[in-house]
Write a protein that binds this ligand. Structure first.
Ligand code: UD1
Length: 338
């Protein structure tokens, strides 16, 4: 297939592009480098020993998006492009609603005009809101979120589903749990701008000396060690989930299908710190602080639908996630250059 990867320079996009190329697909990337760097694409090209056509523009521009589809023939689209910082989305909700919905509108319109009817969409476990029983199952309703970023995922799922049903599209909505890790080469990985919000990038920046210590957000939850538990998934397993979705998308009996991508096994914050220290030999100084507003005690996936229908399951351990994150971070202490 010739796959358009929207947001292909980002953390999950770049790892997925490597696997798409290795599986023999043609890939074109569109990315505006708002939260990613051209170096990531250069490194993906080096890893795959190939040239990857790259278009640098904002997908919110419908004319540029239309022009790309008029010039190229795509068989499928994987849509990773979007803003993703929860805290910022609370401060600047319009920025999030505008960007994360307009980009989808442009893509869907161009896909419909040019008869491109396969779409894999980056959704998030955040759509299960704070009342879903655990583990989360795809059938849970109502989808909801506690912040504008999360609502853009709920809304995108709704909009994409409606358009797919009306227009004969096949869509896989992939609900990610907590993506971490990096490519085993250590040349591509997660490169957050500013102070990381998420646990793993914070741990690895402490390890490499960019931050003094980690603050553990609360140790008085009703969990085994008192800290929150999450379903961390290696980005390579996550990328493989996109390939599996693409390969099975034509067989899907329903036009729109949601799939959890997680391991099904939760790990606590203290468990993650310990695993990182064990895998890398680097101590992680931390202090316990107050709870972070909006955090749930425990979230994890029921990944059985993706296993049964996509033939996909995770292969990487927490140790792999830590060792691979560290290989990337220690080789690139300041992230990507340029
Ligand atoms: C967060 C978002 C979620 C988003 C996901 C993307 C919130 C409330 N949720 O999920 O919507 O889809 O990122 O990956 O922001 N922690 C610390 N210290 C830190 C950072 C995190 O103790 O410096 C703890 C958190 O309290 C949490 C766990 O580590 O218990 C994981 O946090 P994080 O990586 O931010 O992921 P989520 O909160 O699960």
């Amino acid at each position: 297939m010739h796959v358009l990867v929207a947001g292909g320079a980002g953390f999950i996009g770049s790892h997925t592009v490597v696997q798409l190329k290795n599986a023999g697909h043609d890939v074109t990337i569109v990315d505006d480098f708002d939260n990613s760097k051209a170096t990531a694409v250069a490194r993906v090209e080096a890893l795959t020993d190939s040239h990857i056509p790259l278009h640098v523009f904002d997908l919110c521009d419908p004319d540029k998006t239309e022009a790309l589809f008029a010039a190229e023939r795509f068989d499928a689209v994987i849509h990773f492009a979007g803003h993703k910082a929860v805290g910022e989305s609370v401060q600047e909700p319009l920025k999030y609603y505008k960007n994360n919905l307009d980009s989808t509108f442009s893509l869907l319109r161009a896909m419909a005009t040019h008869g491109v009817r396969r779409l894999v969409f980056s959704s998030s476990a955040t759509v299960y809101g704070d009342e879903s029983p655990q583990p989360s199952q795809e059938t849970y309703r109502p989808l909801q979120s506690s912040n504008p970023y999360g609502w853009t995922k709920v809304m995108n799922e709704q909009i994409i589903g409606d358009v797919a049903r009306a227009g004969g599209f096949k869509v896989a909505l992939l609900r990610y749990f907590n993506p971490v890790g990096a490519h085993a080469s250590g040349t591509i990985g997660e490169d957050p701008q500013g102070i990381p919000n998420n646990l793993m990038p914070f741990i690895s920046q402490v390890a490499v000396g960019r931050r003094d210590k980690l603050t553990v957000f609360g140790d008085d939850y009703d969990t085994a060690d008192g800290t929150c538990e999450r379903d961390y998934i290696h980005v390579e397993d996550l990328a493989a989930g996109h390939l599996a979705a693409l390969e099975h998308i034509d067989e899907m009996v329903e036009p729109v299908r949601a799939f959890n991508l997680g391991t099904g096994v939760p790990t606590s914050v203290l468990g993650m710190i310990k695993a990182f220290e064990t895998a890398t030999g680097v101590p992680i100084p931390y202090e316990v602080g107050p709870r972070r507003a909006g955090d749930l005690p425990v979230t994890f996936a029921d990944p059985s639908r993706a296993r049964d229908e996509l033939g996909w399951q995770t292969a990487k351990s927490i140790e792999d996630m830590c060792a691979d994150t560290w290989r990337w971070q220690s080789a690139n202490p300041q992230g990507y250059p340029g």
